[in-house]
Design a protein around this ligand. Structure first.
Ligand code: SAM
Length: 194
């Protein structure tokens, strides 16, 4: 367990420069995954994370709290979201915001090179292909993919997620699926190792 993570009165919290703050699983799929998987926080304080789909930085900031000696390359395609992410990143010396399309991993090599963990939450139709492409480019040790079934295609979310799991199992040595739909409708989290 990280010394920057705790549960108080049933609420998950991370500790940053300004003290402890709540980490809401309804606002962060990574917090939902921690709850659902029952795993301990997996990253070392000096982990180097490639984070795809940073949005306004809600989850990225918690990862920043938890990896104070590491770095988080936070890739986001939307300039509007990036405008909100930048002031968040200014408060963290370990967050590197990158305005880029995760379909093209080589474009953010300066920030992402040497990453040991890949986290993705992009809700695109080709979420799996984006994840594979980034994995193949940077060869991290472990990764966590947040899949949104309706983002891939219509139909029953469970069937879409089952299909995705089969595809992941063919590509990775370890795949652990966690049901986070209680916090994020239509989503599952996949922990993978190469
Ligand atoms: C569900 S939100 C991410 C929420 C965020 N991970 C959090 O927990 O705070 C998905 C984000 O992925 C971004 N996105 C979608 N396609 C992308 C792409 N190809 N490259 C980078 N970011 C992308 C969207 O602009 C959006 O901000």
């Amino acid at each position: 367990m990280s010394e920057h993570l705790r549960t108080r009165r049933g609420r998950l919290q991370t500790r940053g420069a300004t003290g402890w703050r709540d980490w809401n699983p309804y606002r962060s799929k990574l917090a939902a995954w921690l709850r659902a998987s029952g795993r301990e926080w997996p990253l070392a304080p000096d982990a180097r994370v490639l984070y795809l789909g940073a949005a306004e930085g809600t989850t990225v900031a918690h990862v920043g709290d938890l990896c104070p000696q590491g770095r988080v390359a936070a890739v986001e395609i939307s300039p509007t979201a990036m405008a909100e992410l930048l002031p968040v990143a200014e408060r963290y010396r370990n967050l590197l915001p990158v305005l880029a399309d995760a379909h093209f991993p080589a474009r953010y090599a300066p920030q992402a090179k040497g990453c040991d963990f890949l986290y993705q939450d992009v809700a695109q139709r080709d979420q799996l292909a984006i994840f594979r492409r980034n994995w193949d480019t940077y060869r991290p040790r472990q990764g966590l993919l947040m899949l949104k079934a309706p983002g891939i295609r219509g139909g029953a979310p469970q069937a879409v997620l089952d299909e995705a799991e089969t595809e992941l199992r063919a590509a990775f040595a370890t795949v652990e699926r966690s049901d986070i739909s209680r916090w994020a409708k239509g989503h599952a989290a996949f922990w993978v190792e190469g």
